[in-house]
Design a protein around this ligand. Sequence first.
Ligand code: NDP
Length: 337
Amino acid sequence: NRQVLLASRPFGAPVQSNFSLIYSEKPSPKVGELLLRTVYLSLDPYMRGRMNDAKSYADPVELGDVMVGGAVCRVEESLNDDYRKGDWVVAYTGWQDYAISNGENLLKLPENMPKPSKALGVLGMPGLTAYMGLLDIGQPKAGETIVVAAATGAVGSLVGQIAKIKGCNVIGIAGGQEKCAYAVDVLGFDYCLDHYADDFSMQLASTATSGIDVYFENVGGKVFDAVMPLLNSCARIPLCGLISQYNATELPEGPDRLASLMGMLLIKRAKMQGFIVFDDYGHCYGEFSSQMSQWLNEGKIKDKEHIVEGIENAVDGFIGLLEGKNFGKVIVRVGPD
Ligand code: NDP
C-alpha cells in the first residue's frame, strides 16, 4: 500500500521534501467495513491550506499523516451489505492505494458511468463549486459581463461555460496564449486575456468596455487589482479562492488597500460573498448533477482532464497545479480500473 504522507510543513511553495512516499501493509476490513482501492485521486488547490498548521474551515493534516483528498475508488472487498465488490464510489480516502471505509460519506457512482474520473471534476466538487458559486451568489443575467480567472482550470472553465449558457458576455483570464486560445476556441468564451502580459490591466479595461457585473474570484492578487476599478454598480463577487496567495509568506507590498476595497463595495453597492462548497451547497448536489449531466450530453459543456500517471508523480502534479502548469482538472491515475 503506497501512501504519500505530509513530512514537513512548507514555507512558501511546497517542495518534494515536504512529502514522503512510504509502503505499508494493505489493510483488511472488519465486519461492516469495505476495502477501497484508489483508481483516480483528485489534486486540488485547497490541499495547500491543509499543509499549514493554521485554523481554517477544516483541520490541518498532521505531520506523518496521509495527505487528504477525494478519490474515485473501486470496492475491492465488502463486509458491508450496502456495497458489493466492484462498485465505484467517490470517497475521501487521500493519497494512497488502499483505505478502509465504514460505508459512510461515500457517493456510489452508476455502474455504467463511461468516465468515473468525471466525478472528481465536471460532475464533482469543482463542478458544484462553479455551478452554485456562479448561479447562487453571482446571479448572472443575460447580457451582463462576467470575468473569471484560472479560466481553463477545473472551476473557471465551467464558470465561463455556464455563464455563456445564461447568455452573458464572458471574459476569461488565463496564464499564456495556449490556454487563452483554448478558452475562446473550445470553451466558447468571448475573450480571454493572458495575466502574464505586461499591459494586462490595460487589456482588461479595453475589453470590458461595459464594465464588469460578475467577477468570479479564483485567484486574488494583481487580477483582482485590475478588476476592481471596472466593477459596475451592484456587481456580485462570488469569493471562491485566492490561489495567488496560497504560497505567500508575507503581506503584499504597497499601501494597505483594505480601505479602498471597502470604499468600492460601498459606493458600487457591490456584494462579495465567500463560500465553502460542501458546507454551503452540499445539499444541492442532486440538482447540480442532473443539470450538468444534461449539459454534457447535449454538448453544451466541455471538460478537460490533466492526467498525472502514477501516485509517485502526485507531488510534482500538485506543485505544478499551484504554479499553473496544469491544463484542466488535475487527476492522478493511481491504479487500473
Ligand atoms: P485550477 O484547475 O484552476 O488550477 C489552478 C490554476 O490557478 C492554475 O492552473 C493557474 O491557471 C491559476 N493560478 C495559479 N497561480 C496563479 C496566480 N498567481 N495568478 C493567477 N492565476 C494563478 O484549480 P481549481 O479549479 O481546482 O480551483 C480554482 C480556485 O477555486 C482555487 O482558488 C481553489 O482554491 C478554489 N476552490 C474553492 C472552493 C470553495 O469551496 N470555495 C472549491 C474548489 C475550488 P493559469 O495558468 O491560467 O494562471
